[in-house]
Ligand binder design. Structure first.
Ligand code: B1M
Length: 600
């Protein structure tokens, strides 16, 4: 090995890194054993694993080597919207971790980005490839242990653009401010591409992993036509270079990417990560794309790695290697990254089991290891809602989806002129139309931007008729106080839920993100809502839902409100266990559930 001094945890086995093993796997062939594939491990699990602080580059290399990886990862030229104009911040607050420490987290403002118009675009302090400190690559060139290579983490093009604009502005701008969107994608793509060209000249670089999330639990975040226009051409440009140079090219995207898997193959990717078990069935993915794409991931971060025992983790690794490993083209990794809420024993179990079961040829018996493990669970079947449609609802649907306010105004005026009671325009026109739009979102016909745009179009039209079609307070369905629970900064889903609730006639009080139980209690005291809505996207923050329900009990208020919980990892069973009154899988479902709760 090179000049890196190895310390830390003594492993029972010699790591013996071999990047050839990694490359053979990327080419969907069988190496000597299944490699470990995680590309990000939070600082605290790394430190706990090593039993000391991770400070220097030597420490970093030491961790990846000792843990048994064939590579070390490092980011370069990852643009972060933290180069924001003064007074604006994209840094989140500190949150609790498994390791008892608190770490600051990055987050993006849903409503306000830092580049929402041309003036901000011009003023933004754009980085060039000269601004990035690339010194670690010289270090890796000289010091990586024998057999190890470095993986460059670069390519956040889609993520940077939406985060810098803010989700809502970005979704809207796709249709209304195309020039700015295009300019941003070009700018970011160019910076990423030039940095990429520079870094891959280093002999230590064995692969490039592009961490760019383009999907969520049930599908792509935006229509694939935008990805094909703005994002995939950059991926392909980089993919062509990687293929020419014989280095690996890997996409990390959360969520269900089924719709664009063929595009990803065309972009030249060798591998796809992390195949979240809740979103994609890895067995099916292997069947359809396993000869073209190596699969990295699928170890369940929602449950097994975070809430399961080391035996469960061992059983899940066994199952993945048994079903996906034969023939090559599979690496064991978490379904996102090893976060600071993965217990150390579970991380160790994942690594140990990969060494234990991953030797080729893979010959593992079904049911050979005891433990609870997860396989793909399809999304719940949707119940069709009966719609009392007396007006020309389809015309409303079309105009809402196109955000055609003049047409909506015309439709409303025509209905009022023909004698329809103004409040029935809402109840028999807008609400059924939004219900239909919600169903189209649920079935994957439309995407998040269309859902958001429709909800906005409805409220803008109602604003136009303010005074004429004021929904009387006795006709309002009720009040919902909602927030993302403490420690959790995800808010796109919660905001969609709010829009759907308002679209169905609820008054909503939004408490924002990382909302403490006491704040919910205070809001219930002050606003006297009918329903409290709790959103959580992280397994670890789901416990705050229970804490909030307990706090309501302690304050003697639990019986005065219904509680609905939701968010990607939340299940009906979990909702029952913590004593919630309802759970919904998505925003239209949440509005439906709230209607049921107020009428029960
Ligand atoms: Co994060 N992230 N993230 N992330 N992120 C997830 C959620 C994750 C599932 C990805 C994965 O596993 N591959 C994973 C959580 C795993 C787990 O714990 N089970 C994860 C992780 C691990 C993390 C970090 C820890 C990463 C890290 O730092 N190592 C970190 C944590 C930050 C924190 O909160 N403390 C983090 C950070 C981020 C970003 C900041 C980069 C960004 C958030 C930006 C923002 O929200 N402003 C982000 C994103 C975008 C995601 C993914 C890719 C997409 C989430 C999203 O916006 N979806 C997500 C992957 C995934 O979802 N598969 C992921 C779109 C939205 C419309 O859907 O939010 O599911 P969703 O909401 C739906 C339903 O869930 C439901 O209705 C909504 C609309 O239909 N719903 C409700 C939501 N709330 C509801 C409430 C209800 C009822 C229904 O009643 C009240």
């Amino acid at each position: 090995m090179g000049s890196v001094a190895l310390g830390g945890l003594k492993m029972a086995r010699e790591p013996k890194p071999d990047f050839e093993r990694y490359m053979t796997t990327l080419h969907c062939e069988e190496p000597d054993r299944v490699p470990l594939g995680d590309w990000h491990v939070d600082r605290l699990p790394k430190e706990s694993f090593m039993g000391r602080k991770i400070v220097t580059l030597e420490d970093q290399v030491d961790f990846w080597y000792t843990a048994g990886f064939d590579f070390v990862t490092s980011s370069s030229g990852i643009l972060e919207p933290v180069r924001a104009p003064e007074g604006m911040t994209t840094k989140g607050e500190a949150v609790h971790t498994e390791y008892g420490d608190r770490v600051a987290r990055e987050w993006a403002q849903e409503h306000e980005g830092v580049i929402t118009n041309w003036e901000q675009y011009e003023k933004f302090s754009w980085a060039s490839e000269d601004d990035f400190d690339l010194s670690q690559w010289d270090f890796f060139d000289k010091n990586l242990p024998k057999g190890m290579k470095a993986i460059l983490l670069l390519g956040k093009i889609y993520t940077f653009v939406w985060m810098s604009m803010g989700a809502e502005t970005f979704f809207n701008a796709l249709e209304t401010n195309e020039e700015l969107v295009e300019a941003l994608f070009d700018k970011v793509g160019q910076i990423q591409y030039e940095t990429f060209l520079r870094v891959i000249e280093h002999p230590s670089v064995g692969a490039v992993l592009n961490p760019d999330d383009i999907a969520h639990n049930t599908g792509l975040l935006i229509h694939p036509k935008y990805l094909r226009k703005y994002v995939f051409p950059w991926y392909k440009k980089m993919g062509d270079v990687c293929r020419d140079k014989g280095i690996g090219w890997i996409l990390h995207s959360d969520g269900d990417c089924t719709e664009v898997m063929d595009d990803l193959v065309d972009c030249g990717f060798h591998a796809f990560n992390p195949i979240q078990p809740k979103c994609m069935d890895i067995v099916e993915v292997k069947k359809r794309w396993g000869d073209k794409l190596c699969l990295i991931g699928n170890l369940n971060l929602d449950s097994t790695l975070t809430l399961g025992s080391p035996e469960d983790v061992r059983a899940e690794v066994y199952e993945r290697i048994r079903t996906i490993g034969p023939g090559g083209g599979y690496m064991v990794s978490s379904s996102n990254s090893v976060t600071d809420f993965v217990p150390l024993e579970n991380m160790k179990a994942m690594i140990d089991a990969t060494f234990e079961f991953g030797r080729y040829p893979i010959e593992l018996e079904e049911g050979g290891v005891k433990g609870t493990f997860w396989t793909f669970q399809a999304k719940p079947k949707l119940e069709k809602v009966e719609i009392a449609a007396e007006l020309d609802v389809e015309a409303y649907v079309i105009a809402l989806l196109r955000k055609n306010i003049p047409r909506l105004i015309e439709l409303v005026q025509k209905d009022i002129d023909s004698g329809v009671n103004p409040s029935d325009v809402v109840n028999k026109g807008f609400i059924p139309a939004m219900t239909i739009i919600g169903e189209r979102f649920q079935s994957g016909e439309i995407y998040i931007p269309e859902l958001m745009i429709s909800a906005k179009a409805m409220s803008e039209t109602l604003e136009h008729f303010r005074g004429q079609i004021a929904v009387k307070s006795e006709e309002k369905l009720g009040t919902v106080v909602i927030g993302t629970v403490k420690g959790d900064l995800h808010d796109i889903g919660k905001n969609l839920v709010i829009m759907m609730l308002e679209g169905q006639g609820f008054t909503v009080e939004d408490l924002g993100i990382s909302v403490a139980p006491e704040t919910f209690v205070q809001a219930v005291k002050n606003k006297k809502p009918d329903i409290v809505g709790l959103s959580a996207l992280l397994t670890t923050t789901m416990m705050e839902m229970k804490n909030t329900i307990d706090a309501l009990k302690e304050a003697g208020m639990r019986d005065s409100v219904k509680v609905i919980v939701g968010g990607a990892p939340v299940t009906q069973k979990f909702a029952n266990d913590i004593g919630a009154d309802g759970n919904a899988y998505d925003a239209p479902g949440a509005a439906q559930k709230c209607k049921e709760l107020v009428s029960s």
